[in-house]
Design a protein around this ligand. Structure first.
Ligand code: DGL
Length: 265
């Protein structure tokens, strides 16, 4: 029986936990290392050159330290930029997280889709390419949110976050005639992994009902394609949480559900 794989999940902060929980659900037997590059957070405020120069060598160091079998870049702001650099530099399998524009445009009935991401993600040529290739006849509104990832980070850390601050970041996603359900946005792509962590707040703050597209289940399926399904071996699975700032984390209880109930070391 081969030993269970080690999966390393990487993000600029806590957002990648929204991806981790879906992967843990399909591979509960794997060992997990979650890395939050909080020393460089938020990625959305850095230039493309800075992100490539930061992430590519850091991933090399993490590979040397943790010997993962697969790495998930659970960050749109990084993935829309670094995947080709990582694949050129290292031989490990990598899975990225990019805006789910294709499924969103395929399912929109009103043909009005909004993409809510960091300012960096919505500016990327990669994102523009997804729209050219997959928007079909949809009108796609790109919404670069300056603060929503930081608000999610604070909320998960137990701080008070005002509804008004979240609603202000969300408002530009809602386009068209609010009174006419056939002529307004009906689909919002959550193009930053932090945003699904706020979904319970986003839904009631939205001016009308929309479908929220979270790519995490598709990423988990991709991990299964590459690694296969869970094996039969039972062992004490490893769950580790690393902050690049080296700050001690006091979030163990909050993080447990994302690690499938395990307390991360
Ligand atoms: N979680 C990251 C993403 O998916 C972005 C947050 C940040 O700006 O660092 O894009």
């Amino acid at each position: 029986m081969p030993s269970p794989p080690t999966i390393l999940v990487f993000d600029s902060g806590l957002g990648g936990l929204s991806v981790l929980r879906e992967i843990v659900a399909v591979r509960p037997d794997a060992d997990y290392v979650y890395v939050a590059d909080d020393a460089f957070f938020p990625y959305g405020h850095h230039s493309e050159e800075e992100i490539v120069a930061r992430v590519v060598p850091l991933v090399g160091e993490l590979m040397a330290a943790h010997a993962p079998d697969l790495i998930v870049i659970a960050c749109n702001t990084a993935s829309t930029l670094v995947m080709s650099h990582l694949r050129a530099a290292y031989t490990l399998p990598f899975v990225g997280t990019v805006p789910a524009i294709k499924p969103a445009c395929a399912q929109s009935k009103t043909r009005r889709v909004s993409v809510l991401g960091t300012k960096g993600t919505v500016q990327r040529e990669y994102t523009r390419g997804l729209i050219r290739d997959f928007a079909q006849d949809c009108e796609v509104t790109l919404v670069g949110s300056p603060e929503l990832a930081s608000l999610a980070e604070r909320a998960l850390g137990g701080e008070e976050v005002d509804d008004a601050d979240i609603a202000a970041e969300l408002a530009p996603c809602f386009v068209g005639d609010g009174a006419d359900a056939t002529a307004r946005t009906d689909t919002v792509v959550l193009a930053c992994t932090h945003y699904p962590l706020l979904l319970d707040r986003l839904i009631p703050l939205a001016p009308w009902d929309v479908a929220w597209i979270d790519p995490a289940p598709a990423i988990a399926r991709r991990v299964i394609d590459l690694l296969g399904g869970p094996g039969g071996a039972s062992h004490h699975c490893r769950a580790e949480m690393i902050f690049t700032s080296k700050r001690p984390h006091r979030l163990s209880r909050t993080l447990m559900p994302f690690f499938g109930g395990r307390v991360p070391a």
